[in-house]
Write a protein that binds this ligand. Structure first.
Ligand SMILES: Cc1cc2nc3c(=O)[nH]c(=O)nc-3n(C[C@H](O)[C@H](O)[C@H](O)COP(=O)(O)OP(=O)(O)OC[C@H]3O[C@@H](n4cnc5c(N)ncnc54)[C@H](O)[C@@H]3O)c2cc1C
Length: 382
């Protein structure tokens, strides 16, 4: 039987996230976007409430949540601020390779001390030469006895300037493409690790993004995740887990846009009546509501599939792609509903459009999601 009701635990998790989002995040969203500012005090509180290391098992100090519960939380946070949400959930992305590819000894050694304190980790896959073609990455890992030497540069890395730990993907042999890619855990304190300046971004400006350089960084063989050549699979399986919460993040932005547009339409008058009484606006709101609803249901279904033990590649790609496209469209329609005021920075809807845009790009651009969807689909017809 399909059941869309939430358990008491799920409801209390969602309520915790909603309360935090509305009382701690939302009041600072505009200021952190404008300045821009990385609000450490808010992230620290998210950590203290157990909203940061959502996917890490409780035995290692995380919240031990399934993907479905993660999505409930992420949607609530994103309703208040997409950028802050990106920074709050980036640890899930960065730590997932350790959960998927790390030995029990590595999980204990890396995750326990990390989660015991307020810390950031970053996921280092994308490089200046290209993110979509991850199999073509150029960062080198040369084995020298009991350690590897890493050389290369990653770009667009979320939270990198604040990270104490990096999961890094490098190749032991570029000619082997995906089969040469190997995953490592690298502490920020390792000699030769440096981060670049904070990128000036269109949206998600409460989040921090920069390059990370590895110049002759020595990484013990003990800190390699899995075997040589297993890194690509670890990265792809990581994204299979974390893509669905991006669907939830996009849904949160879209829901915020719908809420603002509907409330505004009841107050704003034109031709002697609220604009909500014009059918053109009603149709707009109805279409926005359909998109939000469908995005949420696709996200929940993808999360459910993964939580049941399924790979969820098709479902999570569909959810992420649809929810992010919907978020951009719904935010656009919210601006249109606000008319000229929607275009002004004084009002909150233009930020939603800028924040929604990123959800179409990161964790696999939507063109790549469509490629994945088509591949998975065609396989079933072959
Ligand atoms: C704010 C922000 C935060 C990010 N955080 C992280 C992070 O923490 N860690 C990390 O590793 N990465 C991160 N990324 C990187 C992100 O995942 C990449 O930007 C994304 O995967 C796209 O890679 P690219 O930018 O190199 O674009 P490219 O790969 O150069 O692609 C350019 C365009 O071509 C399209 N394209 C490319 N190949 C194909 C194809 N085969 N078929 C059809 N279309 C194609 C793409 O969809 C895109 O539209 C972040 C990016 C941003 C902007």
């Amino acid at each position: 039987m399909v059941d869309f009701s939430l358990s008491a635990d799920q409801e209390s998790l969602r309520d915790l996230a909603r309360k935090f989002a509305r009382s701690d995040m939302a009041p600072h969203a505009a200021e952190c976007d404008r300045t821009p500012r990385f609000p450490e005090e808010i992230y620290r509180k998210a950590y203290e409430l157990g909203l940061m290391n959502l996917n890490v098992p409780v035995e290692f100090g995380g919240s031990g949540l399934k993907v479905f519960e993660q999505c409930l939380i992420v949607e609530e946070l994103a309703h208040a601020c997409g950028g802050m949400t990106t920074s709050v959930i980036a640890n899930c992305l960065a730590l997932e390779p350790i959960l998927l590819g790390g030995s029990p000894e590595q999980q204990e050694r890396f995750l326990k001390p990390f989660c015991a304190e307020y810390n950031f980790a970053s996921f280092g896959l994308t490089e200046p030469s290209g993110g979509s073609d991850a199999g073509g990455l150029q960062t080198r890992a040369r084995r020298e006895g009991d350690h590897y030497v890493l050389d290369g540069e990653k770009c667009f890395i979320t939270n990198a300037p604040h990270a104490s730990l990096f999961t890094v993907f490098a190749t032991v042999d570029p000619s082997r493409r995906t089969k040469g890619i190997t995953a490592f855990v690298v502490p920020r304190t390792a000699r030769g690790v440096s981060t670049g300046k904070d990128e000036e971004k269109m949206g998600h400006r409460a989040s921090s993004t920069s390059t990370v350089r590895f110049d002759g960084v020595e990484v013990p063989v003990n800190d390699r995740l899995g075997e040589e050549g297993e890194g690509f699979s670890i990265a792809m399986r990581t994204l299979d887990q974390t893509r669905t919460p991006i669907g939830a993040l996009a849904t949160g932005i879209a829901q915020a846009a719908l809420d603002l547009a509907a409330a505004y339409s009841l107050k704003r008058q034109s031709f002697g009546k609220p604009i909500s009484e014009h059918q053109a606006i009603q149709i707009k709101l109805a279409n926005m509501a359909q998109a939000v609803h469908a995005a949420r249901l696709l996200t929940w279904q993808a999360a459910w599939t993964i939580d049941q033990g399924g790979k969820g590649t098709l479902e999570s790609s569909i959810a992420k792609c649809f929810a992010s496209d919907s978020a951009l469209h719904v935010a656009d329609e919210a601006i249109q509903t606000f008319g000229g005021y929607g275009y002004m920075k004084e009002y909150p809807v233009e930020k939603l459009l800028r924040d929604a845009k990123l959800t179409q790009i990161y964790e696999g651009a939507n063109e790549i999601q469509r490629t994945v969807i088509a591949r998975e689909l065609l396989r079933r017809y072959a």
